[in-house]
Design a protein around this ligand. Structure first.
Ligand code: M6R
Length: 603
């Protein structure tokens, strides 16, 4: 939700460590930001509304400090403003925070009665006061932070400076990520390692409710009993090129172009020789008679694809659920149900809460996640990692396609366990899995998706239609378009549009139609005729073997002919490219769309 970075060093270090760290974390939120830097003559605190570039404008880049903390925010409590930006200060304590303090209102009243005066609308300022208040009664900072953990309800990652230990940073986390880094001369903390990767790739985990003390470039970690513990450092798998644009104008475009390699890597991770490898690389699914796919946003769309494929190939009862609805729906789940949680970050609050609900009910859980060691990965009974690598663009592309890949393989495993996939079908799948990355690469180099964009860029709204799997893909296409180009769009099951929404179709309204299923081709074509009769501008994406010149559309893109399992992975790519081109023509902030954040750790 928000990004945190901090350091302590033996010798003063440039403020750039914090600024560059914040820039790497901007994908986590970018409505305001700030730093607190310990200099020889005191603590420098600077905050601005807006992006880190605004902070750069007011901070002298030559200044140095012995330690510092910084924050980039995605507002939850209180509007984006300088007063609500972090760091927050309360008497002797300065801190930055990621997460939500759920009992902040009641704590605030209590603290006000003790004389604390609050200036911001944030829950963070309340947490700051709680810690300051404790520091009046206790001296040991580790003890104070453990005690604060009993008072503060909700989720948090804090980086904290106390006035009486001016060269030290304390860190503590619960249900929010925070990682530590160590180099010869300095120690670091951040929401993720990309923030300090240019300084060090040696990292250390900080577990839930542990407290870290960073001082003079060293790190000490204390467990829940306030006992000092040993924690080994290890090398981050992130490389600098993972967090650079590598010549592309945006991370979105770079990450779309990484999809062939990511798909190859993800497939190879689970299947080196044949589909039989899935026997070893994926959990045994034979005891499950029902799958429930759960996620939010694009991850939920990937779950919808998994659900459709599982129904068709594995003939298993299944459903796809929005995590934020599922968790409050008092779901009926039997012991033979496997709940499958899909999440790039592995930290999405609603998805995590939905998983915990299932675990409380004794239901088996499986996480499909991209981030190693994330909360979902740690808490699930089974975890299947996608191999998308670091995804920086807030709008997901390669992480989504790798989720669909993993779910497709999971479905194939279940279908084989149920003896529902003939040897011939297995061979076809294996061949297509091998050639899929190449096909997508060829498609990207040979297809001009940009010509779709000119029909959409000035539209008021757009519609995406498709049936079956194409409907699930349309939902993702529509989400991509609206989140990066700010153009209102809706996806409809093609047969559903005429039940009301067709009233919005007028001359020139873009309708993006997807046809990949031979069984549903004629039905969707009829729906296309219906919107054409009302003046719609139809942009058609159709499997090449289903296309005939008699099919009328304003623009047509031919998709490679694949089985629907592979089609589900490949067909989203033109949608992603289209969203990129439309956003570019409309001059939008493509990698960091307004109001969004990459990881949604609040409900
Ligand atoms: O990290 P998660 O996959 O759990 O995130 C879920 C959604 O917030 C996410 O998929 C979101 O919809 C995409 N970033 C949109 O492109």
């Amino acid at each position: 939700m928000c990004g945190i970075v901090g350091f302590t060093a033996r010798q003063p270090m440039s403020v750039r460590v914090l600024i560059d760290g914040l820039k790497a974390l901007e994908y986590r939120g970018y409505d305001s930001c700030g730093i607190a830097l310990k200099q020889k003559d005191g603590l420098l605190v600077q905050k601005v509304k807006g992006k880190v570039s605004g902070l750069e404008e007011i901070i002298d880049p030559s200044i140095t400090g012995i330690c510092g903390i910084a924050h980039t925010r995605w507002a939850t409590h209180g509007e984006p403003s300088v007063i609500n930006a972090h760091p927050h200060q309360m008497e002797h304590v300065t801190l930055v925070h990621n997460g939500i303090i759920e009992n902040s209102e009641e704590l605030k009243q209590e603290l006000q009665s003790k004389g604390y005066v609050f200036h911001s609308q944030t829950d963070t300022e309340v947490a700051c006061a709680v810690i300051d208040d404790l520091s009046k009664a206790y001296t040991d900072k580790i003890d104070i932070l453990h005690k604060a953990g009993f008072i503060l309800k909700g989720s948090y990652a804090f980086a904290i400076m106390f006035d009486d230990e001016p060269n030290t940073i304390y860190a503590v986390r619960k249900d929010s990520p925070l990682i530590l880094g160590i180099s010869d001369n300095a120690s670091y903390l951040a929401s993720d390692a990309s923030a300090f990767l240019s300084e060090t790739s040696l990292i250390m985990d900080l577990e839930e409710n542990e407290v870290a003390r960073l001082y003079n470039g060293e790190i000490e970690i204390y467990d829940i009993n306030c006992a000092l513990i040993h924690r080994s450092a290890y090398k981050s798998t992130l490389s600098l090129s993972d967090i650079q644009k590598d010549g592309y104008d945006t991370f979105l475009l770079k990450e779309i172009h990484e999809e062939p390699a990511v798909i190859k890597k993800t497939i190879h991770h689970y299947l080196q020789q044949s589909l039989l490898d899935l026997e070893q690389t994926m959990p045994d699914l034979s005891s499950y008679n029902r799958f429930v796919f759960i996620g939010c946003g694009s991850a939920m769309h990937a779950g919808m694809i998994g659900c459709r494929l599982a129904g068709k190939y594995a003939r298993i009862l299944c459903s796809a659920e929005l995590a934020s609805e599922f968790r409050y729906s008092d779901p009926i789940l039997s012991a033979d149900t496997l709940c499958i949680f899909v999440s790039q970050s592995g930290e999405t609050a609603d998805t995590l809460a939905a998983m915990r609900l299932c675990k409380d009910k004794g239901i088996d859980t499986l996480a499909v996640v991209n981030v190693l060691g994330s909360s979902l990965a740690k808490e699930a009974k089974f975890t299947l990692y996608t191999q998308a690598g670091k995804e920086i663009s807030v709008a997901t592309t390669k992480a989504y396609t790798s989720q669909v890949c993993v779910l497709a393989l999971l479905v194939l495993k279940k279908a084989m366990q149920e003896n529902l996939l003939s040897i011939e079908q297995q061979n076809i799948m294996e061949n297509q899995l091998k050639t899929l990355p190449l096909l997508i690469r060829d498609f990207m180099s040979n297809t001009n998706v940009e010509r779709f964009a000119k029909h959409i860029e000035n539209a008021e709204h757009a519609f995406f239609i498709g049936r079956g799997l194409d409907y699930a893909l349309s939902l993702e296409g529509s989400l991509k378009l609206k989140e990066v180009s700010y153009l209102q769009s809706e996806a409809y099951a093609a047969g559903e549009l005429k039940h009301g929404t067709i009233a919005l179709i007028e001359k020139g309204t873009p309708v993006i139609a997807l046809i990949t299923d031979p069984m549903l081709k004629d039905k969707t074509l009829s729906n296309i005729k219906e919107v054409q009769a009302r003046g719609a501008c139809v942009l058609l994406m159709i499997r090449e073997d289903l296309y005939t010149p008699s099919i009328e559309a304003d623009e047509t893109i031919l998709l490679p002919a694949l089985s629907d399992i592979m089609q589900a992975v490949a067909s989203v790519v033109p949608y992603q490219l289209m969203a990129y081109y439309v956003a570019k023509k409309r001059g939008c902030s493509i990698d960091q769309p307004r109001n969004l954040a990459k990881s949604v750790t609040v409900e």
